[in-house]
Design a protein around this ligand. Structure first.
Ligand code: NAD
Length: 253
């Protein structure tokens, strides 16, 4: 489905990014694996290339402009072009009420989740304008559509990601660049599972969340990956500016 295409995946070393990078490579794409985590990123590169598929890890902080520029230059330098990106790297909520969130905590989430997504889109779109188009998928969240308790910092960033997505779809539709976002429900990734194992009371919070999903379970990273691969492919050629829930029915409750 994606044979010969070149994609960037941020947050590729773990969770949904890793599952998506593996699927894109499996479907024949060359994948730039961008992440802060060098050890896990290099291990994934080795895993993909040892199966005869194409991947290149580049250590990237998506909140640093020079890193993001280098990430996009690596895609075009190694593989000659860029056909799309899964802008997925992000950090979790502080789980504090708004009046307890420090300015540093607020800025950290804005920097990574929102400014990081903006920077990636800025340089990816510039590259894709040169080769006639492409497809971008950003990771928002169900909290990019509705609010919740103790998540105002995170929810603000994910609402922002949906806003960026819709505006870019408007700006670049004429250039054959499609831009969509996915809004995952709770997905079983280290972001969730590691917190559950170390924060008192978090298991109970998760149990309530689990029941809010119509399917009465959490999602798997691979269930995000299949949607993202489809959005990156030409099979979704008439979809742009959409924020697509991949949430086991959470937002319909
Ligand atoms: P994860 O923690 O498993 O993976 C996130 C990856 O992003 C890690 O490899 C981490 O090293 C990387 N990363 C973090 N900050 C970075 C930075 N500044 N630059 C580059 N890489 C960075 O988490 P995940 O659950 O797979 O989350 C992926 C995305 O999905 C995030 O944007 C998250 O907000 C969003 N999301 C997660 C859930 C969920 O339930 N897990 C639900 C909705 C949305």
């Amino acid at each position: 489905m994606l044979s010969g295409k070149v994609f960037i995946v941020t947050g590729a070393a773990s969770g949904m990014g890793k599952a998506t990078a593996l699927l894109l490579a499996e479907q024949g794409a060359a994948v730039i694996l961008a992440d802060l985590n060098q050890e896990a990123g290099e291990a994934l590169q080795h895993d993909i290339t040892s199966r005869g598929k194409r991947a290149e890890f580049i250590r990237t902080n998506i909140a640093a402009e020079e890193d993001v520029q280098r990430m996009v230059d690596t895609a075009t330098g190694c593989f000659g072009r860029l056909d799309g990106a899964f802008n997925n790297a992000g950090i979790e909520m502080s789980f504090k009420l708004l009046h307890d969130i420090t300015l540093d905590e607020w800025r950290k989430r804005i920097d990574v989740n929102l400014t990081g997504t903006f920077l990636c889109m800025k340089y990816e779109i510039a590259a894709m304008l040169k080769t006639g188009g492409g497809s971008i998928v950003n990771t928002s969240s169900i909290w990019g559509q509705v609010g919740g308790k103790g998540i105002s910092d995170y929810s603000a960033t994910k609402h922002g990601v949906n806003g960026l997505t819709r505006c870019a779809a408007n700006d670049y539709g004429v250039d054959k660049i499609r831009v969509n976002s996915v809004m995952p429900g709770t997905i079983e990734t280290p972001m969730i599972l590691e917190r559950a194992s170390c924060v008192t009371g978090f298991e109970e919070v998760l149990e309530v969340a689990r029941r809010r999903h119509s399917v009465q379970r959490f999602g798997k990273p691979e269930e995000i990956a299949t949607t993202v691969a489809w959005l990156l492919s030409d099979q979704s050629s008439f979809i742009t500016g959409a924020a697509i829930p991949v949430d086991g029915g959470y937002l319909s409750n």
